[in-house]
Each structure stands twice: as C-alpha cells, then as structure tokens.
Design a protein around this ligand. Sequence first.
Ligand code: IPE
Ligand code: IPE
Ligand code: MG
Ligand code: MG
Ligand code: MG
Length: 789
Amino acid sequence: MNEKTIINADRSYRLAEQKAVEYFNSLADQHAGETYVPTLTKDFESWKSNHIHRRSLLSFFTNKKKPSQKDYHRYIGWLDMTGKLEPYLDRSISYIFMRDMGKALDSPETKQRIQSVVNGLKKDLTTKQADNDDVFSMAKLYRKAQRNGIESTLIWVTEKLKTITANIPEGMDAEEAQRKLIKIIAGLVMQEIEELGDEVAPEEKSTRLDTTIRLGYAYGLTYPFIDDLLDSNVLSEQERNQYSELIRVTLVTGAVPELGEWTGKNRNLMLFIHSELKAAFEFIKENQPEEEWRAFLEQAYVFFKSQEVDRVKNLANENYTNEELYVPVILKSSASRLIVRSIISAPEDEGIDNRTFYYGIYNQLADDFADMVDDREGGRVTPYTYYLEHHKKRPDLINPFELYWTVIANLIHQVYDSDPKTSDIILDRAINGLKRFKEKKGDKGYNEVMELFFSANPAFNQTIQQMVRKATDVDFFDKLLRDHMVSNLQKERKEREEFTEMTRMMRKEINDFLPISNGGSVSIMNEPIIEAANYSLISGGKRLRPIVTWFMGTEKYRLDKAAILPLLKSLEYMHTASLIYDDLPAQDNADLRRGNPTLHEAYNTAVAELTGLFLTQKAVEEQASLETFDAKLVLQLIHYSASVTAEMCRGQAMDLKTKEEPLTLEQLNQMCFYKTGLGFEAALIMPAILAGTDELEKQALKKFARHAGIAFQIKDDLLDVDGDQELLGKSPNRDSKNNNSTFVSVLGQEGAKKEMWEHYCLGMEILQELKQENPFLKHVLNYLVHRDY
Ligand code: IPE
Ligand code: IPE
Ligand code: MG
Ligand code: MG
Ligand code: MG
C-alpha cells in the first residue's frame, strides 16, 4: 500500500511503552517487597470504622427493609429514607470524577463540583415520580434534549443507533454494542459539561453538546466495529488481518483508505462498517484543532497497537514474561481514557494525564478479574487467565490479584498522596467489586477463586474476606444505573417481541375474517363490487385500527372477542374505504396501494367510488349487528362512528385545498387530526363506548389518540420522502408530486421529525398519567414512529 505517514507511529508506541515499563517495574518491586500488605492492612483498619457497624436493634429493623438493588426506585427511596443517599451519591460521583476525569479529590474546585453534581442528582432522584422505571425512555431524553436545544442531535443519534443495531452481525451482541455506545457518548457528554462549567451561555452549550454527542458516537463506534469485531469470530483470519492493516494505515496517514478488494465472506458488512467509520473518522478530524491532530493520531495508534499486541497472544504459549503480560494492559487501559480528553479537545493538564495513566490498570484488573471465566473459555490472554493456565510451571509469574492490591496501595499513597477520601473510595470500590463477584458466583465459586489467588497471604486474605462479609455502604450509583439499564433494555426487548408476535397473530386472524361474501345471493349478472371490495381488503395493510380495538376491547375492557368481531371488521372497512377515495385521480391520484395497483387502476373510477360507499355502508351494517350489547350503547357507537366519518371527509377536503394555499403548523395539526387522528381515536373510543367507560377516561384516550394519530401521519409524510417503495407498497414522493402541504413540505424533514417526536412525547406523557398497567399503547406509539412501512 502506498502510504504517506504523517506520524512516527513506532516512536510514539515505544515512548508510551517505556513509560509503561517504568510503571510496571515499580509495581513489580512493590509487589516483590510485599509492602502493599502492611500498608493496606493499616488502611483497612481506619476504613473499617465507617463500614463495619455492630448491629443495633434499630439497624436490625432498618436492615430488614433494605430492598434489593434490582429494584432501582425502591432502592434509591430506601437510601433516601435512611439518610444514606447523600454519602452514596458523593462516593459514586467522586469515583467517576477520579476514574473518568482524572481529577484529584483533594482539590477544592473538584470538591465543589462534586458537591454540586451530587445536589443536582439528589434533587432529580427524589423529586421525580418514583414509580416509573423508564429512566432512559425516549420521551424523557427528548424533553431533556429540548431543554438544551439539542433535539435534532438526539434524533440523529437515535437513528444512528438503530442502524448500527440492525447491522451488528450474528456472533456479536447488538444490545451490548448499543449499551457501550450509549455509555461512551454519555461519558463524553459528562466530561464536556464539566469542561464547560456553569457559566456557559445556552447557545454555546447546545453547540458544544451537539458536537460532543456526535464525537462520542464517532469514537464509540470503534468499540463494536473495531475492538469487539476483531475480538469476535465473525471475520476470518485473513479478513481480520486485512481490516487491522486498514486501521493501521488510517492512523498513520490520517486518512481512511478505500476498502479496496474484499474477497472475504463479510464484504457487505465491511462496506457498511467502512463507510460509517470513515464518516466518523472525518468528523473527528474536522473537530480537532490542526495542531492537535497528530497527537490524537499518535494516541489512537498507541491504543490500537496495545490491543493488537494482546489480541495476537496465545493462551497456550508458555513463555510470556510478566512485562509482556502487563505492559499492554497498562497502555490500553490508560489510552482508552486519555483519548477521550483529546477527542473533546480538553486543555492539556499534566496532573490529569498522569493520574489517568496510573489509574487505568486498576480498572482493567478489576474487569479482568470479573470476566476471568469467560475470558478463559474464549481463549483470551489476560493476566488472570494466563496465571490460571501456567502458574504451576511458572513460579515467576506475578499473581495478578496480588498485583491488583499493589496497584491499589500505589494509587492511594503514591499517586493520590494518601488522601483519606481517595483511600476510602478506592477501598469501597474494591470491596464492592468482590461482593458483587461473590453474589454472582455464589459462595462456593467465590471461595474457589479466592483460594487460587490468595493462598500466599493468609492474614491479609482474612482481612479482605472479613470486609467482604461485613462491610456495608460500599455500593455505587453507576453500577446500579448500569444494572438498571441492562434490565430495562432486556425488558423492553422482551415486551417488544411479545408485542410483535401478538400483533402478527392478530393480523393473521383479521385477514381471515375480513373478506366479504355475497351472502349466498344468486345474481344473474356479473357484478364486480364485492370482488372489488375484497381486492382492496385482502391485498395487505397493517390492520392497525382493528388490532388496537381488539386489544383494548378484550384485554382492557374484558369484552368477548366474538362479540366485538363486527366492530373490528367495521373499522377496517371504513379505513379501506378512506384509502380508496384518497387514491382517486381527483384526490391523490395514486397508482399503487398495499403493493398492488390502486382500485381505480385495476377497475375504474366508477367502481372505486361505489366500492368506497359500499364499504362504509358495510361498516354500518356490521356495527348494527353488535347484538350482544345494550342497544343504547350500540346506538351511541353508530352515532359516534358516523360523526367521525363525516369529520374525516372534512379533513380530506382540507388536505386537498392545501394544494392552493400552504398551511401553518397549527392548521396542519388540525387537518391531520381530522383526516388521520380521528380514525385512531375511533379504534380506541369504540370499544370504550361498548364497555360503558366513563367520560373522563374517554377524554384521556382522545387526547392520546390525537397525538398518536398526528405522529402517525407525520411518519407517513416522512416515509413518502424517504421510505422504501417495496416495503411501503405505495409509490414514493406522491405528496410533492401533488403539491400537497404535509409536515415535510411545511417544516422540512428535520422539522417534521421534531414535530413527530413532540407528539410522541405528549402521547407518552398522557399514558404516564393514565397509569396503564399494560404497556400495549406504549408499544403502539413506539411502533408508529419507528416503523419502516
Ligand atoms: C394510511 O394508513 C393512511 C394514513 C392514515 C396515513 P395505513 O398506513 O394504516 O395504511 P394500511 O392500512 O397499513 O395500508
Ligand atoms: C390519508 O393521508 C389520510 C386518510 C385517512 C386516507 P395520505 O394521503 O397521506 O395517505 P397515503 O400516504 O396515501 O396512505
Ligand atoms: Mg391524501
Ligand atoms: Mg394519499
Ligand atoms: Mg401519505
């Protein structure tokens, strides 16, 4: 490859390596001298007073009520109630400031910043409704983004995440990729907010946050698409080498080369990744000050290379030295954090850089400890797996668990100058890590591991084990949040799958009972009307309206399914009729509907007009046959249904008039409510009428339907511009060809998306108030805005 290098990659790596070797040698000396044992024993002695309490009668009662940490809201409520919330948050935020931002906790400014973050967070956690668990819901995030003027950025990143998840190949974990990306973006945003300080002007803040989120995404992509991909078995050996080389060339030349010939079986995947990463790389480049670009590339190279060095190691190789094992660990774990500062162009700060450099290995050794079983099964070389594999024949190998405590002692006393708070927090974290490990593995599994790694130091071991058993108040908010996020993502996914499966089955059944029979009447003429009606009915469609009615009718109002069957039919008849009219030459003049030629194309306009009328009347006929219900209710239903149909006609007429005069946003919302929103409303209100539901609830449902319906229409307008004809079953760009006023023509695509999410949030907020015990409507709304057809 013809490469024009702009950095001296080997030299950068050697320099970084040198520093890491020095650090490692110092750790190895401390380890050999066992100085960490008396030091930490003493540290634990004073630490204990805050964490090991004799159980008083009172604590016996309060302890009993302590909820599980799996119950996020109750756990926070409990912390608050017992006065533990503030120290809990203080410990957690201090830790993040130390780990992610390289801060020293004894600086007065840092103390003040931590206090202010803790106060804000405490207020947030204790004043918001405690009973909703959607901390990460799109509606909440969107509202937050609006307050900061970055809603377009949120929409952008949401769409990006969706594309990424859809493109994660089998053999890799899509959910994990998503979580990592979110975590990295959140981390960068947090750092940027700290860099910005409190006094920044709102416009400046939104511009900076916008860039930071995009940078976070750009950098975050490297985790699933470089790191995890190269770690996985998705690529063949040859593909892996080709890909690694491509990345190396990118970093040393500062430009992404063409993908070139790709003969491996993952060509499509690589085309996608190449184009995404290229855009990401160029975005980072654009946002780096010229003079720092090289430094950034060098750092990225050190990060990449140190991972490569580890990746090609073989667990069966008996000859790695301690230095070979630990130096890449020091390099990659610190580079991953140092690079963040360089991405957001934070000012240089030697103190931060040094602390970050020394800190990394602590986290890495804690992570590798927790993952050792998986890593060993996967054949990955980490200090732990390698030690397990070879320590019997290699007495010279450093016990990684002992080195871990050495690192801790070194951090507390050499790096952080024996600051008591730092000492407290690092020990909290270490004990918490072991407690979590013990919980996960069970006593037996835990003890086995401990015996393996801790036999040489019985007294120190005993101290640690006592802490693990007895210490309290060592848990951390970031862990709670992480667990909560993981379980929420899982819950959401499960619910979504159930929703998809349920609606699929409903759709299938609806399709079976929709066709109209001629009732056995014998005709001596060839009449096309029933055939035409069935042509329109059976050619497809999402069946959204009858699905909503079915679910609400049977699950919420406990109505008998067979009894409401006529209602389900009537809704789809009315809807299909509205589409037949909408497609007519005099209206939208469409040629394709539900994947087939429109009715007037397949037959003729007269047949289409008559079929529309025929279907609306069939709908009334069905409604009038809801005979198991009280006649008054049925009458009320027919009355409502007729008025909705009339209003929808008004809506269509307004729509057609917009060819002459474009609408304001307000008029647009109104028009869409009439032409589309009401159809949705009917699907929710009709079963409520049959169930004799009270007026208050109906009003709330109507409010929800209005926003859901408008969001639905906006999505329809957006799909008209960027949808896939094959999936949609309709010809695209109808609206612009017809010169119709739509959300896209009035607000532009960007603006239309914002308006859609606004209605989405309004809809979700109503559901929140309604306190639905079933998430069905939430999933309907999600489906409306996320659908591709
Ligand atoms: C299309 O409705 C007309 C609008 C109200 C935007 P649908 O998108 O529900 O159409 P089908 O029933 O799935 O074909
Ligand atoms: C149709 O809106 C509204 C109706 C209730 C018929 P559109 O004209 O945007 O619907 P499509 O895009 O043709 O399905
Ligand atoms: Mg139309
Ligand atoms: Mg149309
Ligand atoms: Mg449309």
